[in-house]
Design a protein around this ligand. Structure first.
Ligand SMILES: NC(=O)c1ccc[n+]([C@@H]2O[C@H](COP(=O)([O-])OP(=O)(O)OC[C@H]3O[C@@H](n4cnc5c(N)ncnc54)[C@H](OP(=O)(O)O)[C@@H]3O)[C@@H](O)[C@H]2O)c1
Length: 171
């Protein structure tokens, strides 16, 4: 059995990156990312791998790439079907934009941290895909940002379409 969840931090306008970097940084969110993914399997696109610069320690690292076949500390897959057919277990999709979009149809849940940053429209911005009516908000937790009046919002969305398909296949 294969289950895929995505984890992402983004602005209210769905911006996840500008000019190849994440334009915000919250220690409490990085800690949360670590807590959720530690000792788990993560998958990322090659550009996200390059932006991190190395594999994530204490995690099994999968990278999707059509151009590279070997990366130290990572298993590289040339496409999503090959990855899915060669793995059983839980995977966190950690991005970026292309890979969130590519794997969305296989994704059961999405953990989104909304950050309060306001970012001007920018031609280099990368957006998280828009979620359609098949996605339901399951939980929302406010996480105050120390020394400010603002909060992060941690939301979890469930893919109703995929959940109902899985419920039928399991019976
Ligand atoms: N805010 C957040 O939470 C968050 C999270 C993650 C990443 N990011 C940011 O997102 C940015 C990167 O996002 P991105 O959309 O540019 O790139 P990406 O999704 O990280 O990676 C794109 C690469 O994945 C590979 N790929 C794409 N489709 C594929 C397929 N069907 N089969 C196999 N490989 C495939 C290709 O690699 P090849 O070119 O090698 O074929 C492609 O160039 C970075 O700036 C990063 O910092 C933000």
């Amino acid at each position: 059995m294969f289950t895929l969840n995505s984890i992402v931090a983004m602005t209210e306008n769905r911006t996840i990156a500008i000019n190849g970097i994440i334009p915000f940084r919250y220690k409490q969110d990085l800690q949360r990312f670590k807590q959720l993914t530690i000792n788990k399997t993560v998958v990322m696109g090659y550009k996200t791998y390059l932006s991190i610069g190395k594999y994530l320690p204490n995690r099994t690292n999968f990278v999707l790439s059509r151009t590279v076949t070997e990366i130290p500390g990572c298993t590289v897959f040339k496409d999503a079907p090959t990855m899915i057919s060669n793995f059983s277990g839980d995977i966190w999709n950690i991005g970026g934009g292309e890979i969130y979009r590519l794997l969305l149809p296989y994704t059961q849940g999405i953990s989104i941290t909304y950050v309060p940053d306001k970012i001007q429209n920018n031609s280099t911005e990368i957006l998280f895909p828009e979620l359609d009516d098949n996605w339901s908000l399951i939980s929302e937790v406010k996480d105050p940002i120390p020394d400010t009046d603002e909060s992060l919002r941690h939301c979890y969305y469930n893919n109703r379409l995929l959940s109902s398909v899985l419920a039928h296949t399991n019976h």
